[in-house]
Design a protein around this ligand. Structure first.
Ligand SMILES: Cc1cc2nc3c(=O)[nH]c(=O)nc-3n(C[C@H](O)[C@H](O)[C@H](O)COP(=O)(O)OP(=O)(O)OC[C@H]3O[C@@H](n4cnc5c(N)ncnc54)[C@H](O)[C@@H]3O)c2cc1C
Length: 688
């Protein structure tokens, strides 16, 4: 941790982290202001004593969270149940407003009843601008020019009246509350994402990425498919042809700490918003929790949320990309090794190999070395005897030695060989830091009853991201799905990956949470594969991707139904259909009906971005389906890269924009004709 000790600790608002006073009032005022005031020196000294990050420990102390998942979960669960009970009692008294759903998504009133006419006009203007080639091509240049001509103040006003106002919820946790309130009134829930992005040049991005992707011990160049897991300078700027996803570039460990703080702050914002909503909705109820925490008995906050909110997390924000590359490579080499020894293809778990299969192969090869025997003894099996080549659960242990773990006996010589090149002790430390950050985030999420969705990124990181996420699920998803993985169905092996992970969840008895997407990096994936000479991992056509999406979703639905029929908790599988494609949303709804899964089962939810495809999200929410909007927020000048990507993405989905524009025009005209120009949206829907 030596290189972390000198890092001044700041929370994401740029304020120093401090210990506040212990009274509940102080706790609330801490929450309200996110202001902190203790000397950073105290924080950094204590940080050296334990691996729990200072910010989390302070958050934990101030808020009474526990820093291990199990210790407070009972209390948190009790608290949460308490609030939910109060809420259910209220709900049973007032019937929930539920509208019929037009599955063609052609109803302008349902689509826009949550919007003022000014907002509709703004949306129309924004989409109109997004169809002008010059504006989209040069949007960053245009925005920067406008800023220098108008000055910061006027530019901010202009952005808020147009693009920013349409695609971004506000500058901070306080400013976004009216947007969140309005969403909720119309049955829609938030996935919060603090969307500040660094605006760095391509050269700077490439320089940082190359530097952070190679071990100090050097990069072993590989041939064949494994070369994919090594950095390639011409694709080091990971923003290449990506418009619908944010990109983090590693700067140093301190920047990863800051990112962790931001994710934690987002989690807190979600939980805080839920409590606020409950209090607004049920003013006569004294909404408290019976949580009794170490430092602050009666803390009204921890564990009290409704368990509906979500925060999005990207693993590349939390550590050095080299570690994700090396871990991904080792996972693929372990798969290859298993195939070489016992045959078959795919993930190690998908082979369904038993320990005896391995033993037999080594006996047949007349290999009896003690090292081999030791290796065989260490192999773990789950309750059905299916082996795990390595003790993956240990990977979340903050004392894990990455490069020591991945050694296997060669089936020809019996000699132990490393699947991963040796890391330096500093790199091992960086890996443990990354794991610690992730553990910290999920622990807070678990305590606050807020869910986390780990985004899927480029395929050269994905084996590591998926493995780590799955281990997080195994650790934290024991009573509900706190952690969700993401699967990109444009990948040829998406269905098999999901199936293997579903099976693992069933065998190891944890709740499986997944967000299904088509995938944001298709052009980059294809171009990189072609340039580096490895097989293109994506489906050949859009139709093939859609088929893969629907098949994967069907597999999840089928298993949910199985749980339901067996009388087990159907929530053992929770899926978010994250797509702007109305055919896919329709498919999901039709299959839910066919299979007998209702919105109230709360096992399927839908997600779209704020400012995109409102004609899908709002009718879903108003008809009682679990619908989410991905809510970006952050200061105007710092979310310009996000806005730039939105403009570009909208150009790529002209058909959807055309429909949205048509519906907008219908509704604007209807309001003008009916004299409802000053319509004030007021909804009475309750999100499921
Ligand atoms: C809430 C939310 C969360 C998201 N999280 C992630 C994430 O974690 N990781 C991630 O990668 N993306 C993520 N996305 C983005 C998503 O993957 C898509 O890029 C985006 O939503 C467009 O897909 P669609 O289904 O909405 O729309 P559509 O317009 O129906 O589909 C477009 C997509 O189809 C695929 N496609 C297009 N042409 C072809 C072709 N010729 N061959 C094969 N496939 C093709 C591509 O994936 C393309 O993006 C998220 C989106 C949302 C709304």
């Amino acid at each position: 941790m030596a290189f972390l000790r000198s890092v001044p600790r700041r929370c994401c608002a740029g304020k120093k982290m401090v210990k506040c006073g212990a009274s509940p009032l102080a706790v609330i005022s801490f929450l309200e202001n996110a202001a902190v005031t203790t000397a950073a020196a105290t924080v950094t000294t204590t940080a050296a004593v334990t691996r729990t990050p200072p910010s989390l420990r302070l958050v934990a102390q101030v808020r009474g969270y526990a820093t291990s998942p199990s210790s407070s979960s009972t209390a948190a669960a009790a608290a949460s149940t308490d609030v939910k009970k109060q809420r259910q009692q209220q709900q049973s008294a007032v019937p929930r407003q539920i509208d019929p759903l037009d599955l063609k998504f052609n109803d302008p009133i349902a689509a826009f009843k949550s919007k003022t006419t000014m907002e509709l006009m703004r949306a129309y203007f924004v989409y109109q601008m997004c169809s002008i080639e010059y504006v989209v091509e040069n949007n960053m240049k245009v925005m920067k020019m406008a800023k220098s001509v108008l000055g910061e103040k006027l530019f901010t006003k202009l952005m808020k009246a147009t693009f920013y106002g349409h695609f971004v919820a506000g500058e901070d946790e306080v400013q976004i509350t009216p947007v969140l309130d309005r969403l909720r009134q119309f049955g829609v829930k938030p996935i919060l994402d603090y969307s500040v992005e660094e605006d760095i040049s391509q050269e700077e991005a490439e320089r940082r990425e190359v530097q952070a992707s190679v071990s100090e011990a050097g990069d072993e160049k590989r041939e064949g498919p494994l070369k994919k897991y090594h950095v390639e300078k011409s694709f080091a700027d990971r923003r290449y042809k990506v418009s619908s996803a944010r990109t983090y570039f590693y700067l140093n460990e301190a920047s990863c700490e800051r990112n962790m703080d931001i994710f934690i702050r987002c989690l807190e914002a979600v939980a805080k918003d839920e409590i606020r909503t409950l209090r607004l909705k049920y003013p006569s109820q004294n909404i408290t929790t019976n949580i009794q925490v170490d430092h602050h008995p009666g803390d009204i906050f921890a564990g009290a949320s409704m368990g509906m909110g979500i925060t999005a997390v990207k693993l590349t924000a939390l550590g050095r990309p080299q570690l994700l590359l090396q871990l991904s490579e080792v996972i693929m080499r372990a798969r290859q090794y298993t195939s070489d020894v016992i045959g078959g293809e795919g993930a190690v778990l998908a082979h369904h190999a038993k320990l005896d299969d391995f033993k037999k192969k080594f006996e047949e090869a007349h290999i009896k070395d003690t090292e081999v025997q030791k290796f065989l003894q260490k192999i773990q099996s789950d309750k059905e005897g299916v082996i795990h080549l390595f003790p993956w659960s240990g990977i979340l242990d903050e004392n894990y030695e990455l490069s020591e773990t991945f050694q296997v006996p060669d089936i020809k010589t019996g000699k132990m060989v490393r699947l991963m090149s040796q890391l330096t002790s500093k790199e091992e430390e960086m890996f443990r830091n990354m794991i610690r950050r992730l553990n910290s985030i999920v622990t807070v999420a678990d305590n606050l009853d807020v869910r986390i969705m780990i985004d899927a990124e480029q395929t050269y990181f994905q084996p590591a991201i998926s493995r780590l996420t799955l281990e997080m699920m195994r650790k934290y998803n024991t009573k509900k799905a706190v952690v969700f993985n993401t699967y990109q169905t444009y990948l040829q092996d998406a269905y098999n990956e999901v199936k293997t992970d579903l099976e693992q969840a069933e065998r190891q008895n944890f709740y499986f949470g997944a967000k299904l997407v088509r995938g944001a990096y298709i052009e980059q994936e294809r171009a990189r594969a072609a340039a580096m000479g490895y097989p293109d991992p994506t489906n050949p056509t859009f139709e093939a991707t859609t088929e893969s999406y629907h098949k994967t979703l069907m597999e999840c639905l089928r298993r949910m139904k199985q749980y339901k029929d067996k009388g087990e908790d159907p929530k053992k599988i929770g899926i978010m259909v994250a797509s702007h494609n109305e055919d896919t949303v329709r498919f999901a709804i039709e299959k839910m009906k066919e299979i007998g899964i209702s919105p109230e089962d709360k096992v399927i939810c839908f997600g779209q971005l704020l400012g995109m495809c409102d004609y899908i999200t709002f009718p879903l929410g108003q008809s009682g389906y679990s619908a989410y909007k991905y809510i970006p927020y952050g200061p105007v000048k710092e979310v310009l890269p996000y806005l730039s990507r939105r403009a570009q993405e909208n150009r790529g989905i002209l058909k959807k924009i055309k429909k949205e524009k048509r519906l907008l025009l219908n509704e604007i005209t209807r309001r003008i004709v009916r004299g409802k120009l000053f319509y004030k949206p007021k909804g009475n829907y309750t999100p499921v």
